[in-house]
Write a protein that binds this ligand. Sequence first.
Ligand SMILES: Cc1cc2nc3c(=O)[nH]c(=O)nc-3n(C[C@H](O)[C@H](O)[C@H](O)COP(=O)(O)OP(=O)(O)OC[C@H]3O[C@@H](n4cnc5c(N)ncnc54)[C@H](O)[C@@H]3O)c2cc1C
Length: 427
Amino acid sequence: MNIKHVDVAVVGGGAAGMAAALRAKKAEIEDVAIFEWASELGGILPQCIHPGFGLDYFKENLTGPEFIQRFIEKVGESRITVMTDSTVIELEAGCPNKLLVSRSKLGLEEVRAKTVILTTGCRERGRFNLNLSGDRCAGIFTAGTAQRLMDIDGIMPGKRIVVLGSGDVGLIMARRFAQEGAEVTGVFEIMPYPGGLQRNVVQCLEDYGIPLYLGKTVIEVRGKKRVESVIVADVDENFNIISDTKTEVKCDTLILSAGLVPDWRLPRILPPAKGIDIDDRTSGPVVNDLFETSMPKMFAAGNFLMVNDTVDDVTFQGELAGESAAESIKFDDMRTNRIEWRDTVPGEGIRFVVPQKFSGKSDVRFYLRVKRPMEKVWIEIPEIGKRFFKKIVRPAEMVKIDLRAEDINDTPRLSFNLSVLKRRGKN
Ligand SMILES: Cc1cc2nc3c(=O)[nH]c(=O)nc-3n(C[C@H](O)[C@H](O)[C@H](O)COP(=O)(O)OP(=O)(O)OC[C@H]3O[C@@H](n4cnc5c(N)ncnc54)[C@H](O)[C@@H]3O)c2cc1C
């Protein structure tokens, strides 16, 4: 088998992967290679033809293809090896790390890489992950599949649409169907609040007169060959179905947009990399503030690390992972081995904190998600006596807290806690 040697192997050529590769190259690393399963670079972005990308990174409101084209061009101008139609199917940690790559038409190739950056994105939860019962008929699509059919292949998946899940992807697809003349009967959300950004609730549903039903879910699909209707029902506070609220909603298409999870399907990670620690809260790897996983010289970024709201955050994370990978090659004694990593703790009202470990030696941006929507709150970090006021927090909107090295270098841990603003004179 052909064996190829690289300094940095980036697995996945979406926004995170390209940002990581470009940053490693900028740090003067010689052999940087991107391995991408698809036939072109870009990840999910080429099919996201709506605006809303790049507001933080470029300070411009771009469509997905416009945003990613800038990175594709930069990668093309740099001396980064791009291997499309190349799926990393196995990964074995070591010195060097070994990757088994399946290249269409060319067969299998082994790659030995000093460092690996995992940026394989996330996957959508399908019908069987959602335990959705009923007939096995045509007309059930995940939102990403429907988006690809419409915006890459030019195929309209249906005319009368029900959307399950009000995350950003579901909201954007509800609007996309309405724009193409379909009737969107409603977006059904099991939680008592929307799952997506507030700006998307307004711009995608309210502006198009599409109803949003909260505390309701789809429990059954009915149809002989094609979907003919779905049964929806209210849920109680423990998400149990309230039987006497069952209603039939006529439709020919059900769009599933009920959650994304970091994509671990490929590569198959072999021992000892099997030992990469996973955070149950994010379903992604545990990382330190260099975005290095529990396996030295193996880094992670983007939606594989945690499901992000915006491509801007994904890009910043890719850049940090690329920079860290470059540094780990330049300082081969692996400075991270000599660091005593300390823990971050998601405290009261906080679902997760990334990175999960910090050194106290550098400034860190912490990414947090809250458990439920709240107004006028403090995010308190008692160990360092700091707190940050937030007018409103929502599970759908990532909270970012920037802390400086001098504030965190003495503390053995950091816990992040939500507390409600108390008015003066009141207990
Ligand atoms: C419908 C929709 C609407 C969105 N709207 C917005 C918006 O308005 N504004 C905004 O900022 N963000 C938005 N986003 C979010 C943003 O697009 C994503 O967060 C970002 O593009 C994710 O980048 P990524 O590189 O982490 O993952 P991806 O783009 O998913 O890239 C991962 C890549 O890895 C490849 N891969 C996976 N496994 C392997 C393997 N084993 N070997 C080789 N390659 C592999 C995949 O083929 C893919 O190309 C939206 C996303 C969607 C789906």
